[in-house]
Design a protein. Structure first.
Length: 276
């Protein structure tokens, strides 16, 4: 006959269960994603100047309103379809990158504009789609851009543009916006044949400018662009223009301001040499 467990045995069993539950809770807590926290992630604090500033172009530097109007007109006067078109264009630029089949960003833009139109029961010819995107080469700079860039240039910062547009496209954009004189170089993903936010783009750009990734900073008004740069080991400054949002699952940039002049003010406060 088996004897009943004594008090010491019961006590040991209870203690073992408590220890197991405590250990399990600790493991579970470590596995829970950080995004379940109710607290906003803190911006990292960095006090040294980056060696080179890389600026996104469309929406970050240039005001897209003129092109938004022409695209909305091509879509039957439907400005509400603009976000759908842009996300469709971005989606298929990533399809081209992952599929190793590069196409000019403007070509993808026209093709995806036709896709959006078709889903709305509209037929948009090749020429009509291209004409809708034509204003992109003559967009004006946002009012806050040139004063901010002039301050940064005067402070000795190296500055280049880094865009998903073609080389001919960004050259025309900077000339027509009157910004060419402020940049050391104008980089296009055309050279590397893949689109941001692929990490290879940022790594290529840092090599091109002969600057280590940790000394590069992307300044952009797109959360996906900032995420890609940070994941590639760069630093980031987010220009929180209306409607722009950071990606919650990515690292947070050290600067997050609503316009370029406030971003520049933060950069001008950083210590150390900026352009060795």
């Amino acid at each position: 006959m088996t004897s009943a467990p004594g008090p010491d045995s019961a006590s040991n069993t209870a203690s073992s269960r408590r220890n197991f539950l405590t250990a399990t809770a600790g493991i579970a807590a470590g596995l829970l994603p950080a995004t379940l926290s109710a607290e906003e992630p803190a911006m990292p604090s960095v006090s040294t100047r980056p060696k080179c500033l890389f600026f996104d172009v469309n929406e970050t530097l240039l005001d897209l309103d003129a092109m938004k109007q022409s695209v909305a007109a091509a879509l039957g006067g439907r400005p509400d379809l603009l976000p759908l078109w842009f996300t469709t264009m971005l989606q298929h630029s990533l399809v081209a990158t992952v599929g190793d089949h590069y196409e000019d960003f403007g070509v993808i833009g026209a093709a995806t504009l036709q896709m959006v139109a078709r889903n709305q029961g509209m037929v948009l010819s090749d020429d009509a789609a291209k004409q809708a995107l034509a204003p992109i080469r003559s967009l004006p700079a946002h009012p806050d851009v040139r004063p901010a860039l002039e301050q940064l240039k005067e402070a000795g910062y190296r500055m280049v543009t880094l865009t998903n547009s073609s080389q001919a496209g960004v050259d025309a954009q900077m000339k027509n916006a009157g910004l060419t004189d402020l940049f050391e170089d104008r980089l296009s993903v055309e050279d590397v044949q893949m689109f941001k936010p692929h990490s290879h783009v940022y790594k290529w750009a840092s090599r091109k400018m002969n600057v280590p990734p940790e000394d590069c900073m992307l300044i952009a008004a797109h959360g996906w662009d900032i995420a890609g740069a940070l994941w590639a080991g760069w630093r980031g400054a987010f220009v929180a223009r209306p409607g722009a949002q950071l990606y919650p699952l990515a690292k947070q940039p050290e600067i997050n301001k609503p316009d370029m002049q406030q971003v520049a003010a933060e950069l001008l406060q950083l210590g150390g040499e900026c352009c060795s």
